[in-house]
Write a protein that binds this ligand. Structure first.
Ligand code: ADP
Length: 170
């Protein structure tokens, strides 16, 4: 069984991520979408919420599994019997960071291969934080995320705005 791990923050998952997942399923027997518990980022959605979003968005894909992990990605890949790590490349701006990570992971575990996939051009400008920003400013994000995520963004950001207002008024 040819398994690949697609790691990321997915905060939240977008149609750009889904495009990469879709392409990955044409090459691999199993694709594990794995949420990284990134200590340097302050996530908007909890891991449980993100697991739910990803499961809902990938429910029609038999080859896709959804998981979370902490610790080294290459160790996680070995535990899952995966030989490949999938990453999305949108623009040159992604390249330097991705190149460094791929080479470092190879240094740590020679047998794990990083595979880069390019999404449809219409998703090259899309990332999770820009979606958060648009939603925060009351913009329409329905072209970028699933209806479930759009609704949860509205609820969560509405709640955050109310909390900030309460703090400011106190
Ligand atoms: P991370 O915090 O690890 O960068 P992200 O959720 O932002 O996690 O991204 C996970 C992976 O998906 C990365 O390889 C990223 O380049 C890729 N990715 C994110 N958005 C897109 C997109 N719109 N099109 C293609 N790949 C994307």
């Amino acid at each position: 069984m040819n398994t690949a791990i697609y790691p990321g923050s997915f905060d939240p998952i977008t149609y750009g991520h889904l495009d990469v997942i879709d392409r990955a399923t044409t090459i691999f027997d199993k694709v594990i979408v794995a949420i990284t518990q990134n200590i340097t980022k302050n996530p908007l959605f909890t891991v449980e919420e993100r697991l739910h979003h990803i499961k809902e968005m990938t429910k029609d894909y038999d080859k896709v599994e959804v998981d979370e992990f902490s610790g080294l990605l290459v160790d996680y890949a070995i535990r899952k019997n995966a030989r490949a790590i999938i990453r999305g490349l949108r623009a040159v701006s992604d390249f330097e960071y991705e190149f460094q990570m791929a080479l470092m992971n190879r240094r740590l575990r020679e047998e794990i291969v990083t595979v880069f996939l390019m999404p449809n051009e219409k998703y090259t400008y899309l990332n999770s934080s820009i979606v958060q920003e648009i939603a925060q400013l009351g913009g329409d994000v329905s072209n970028f995320v699933s209806p479930l995520v759009a609704e949860q963004l509205r609820l969560k950001l509405g709640k955050l705005t109310a909390e900030t207002q309460k703090k400011n008024n106190a």
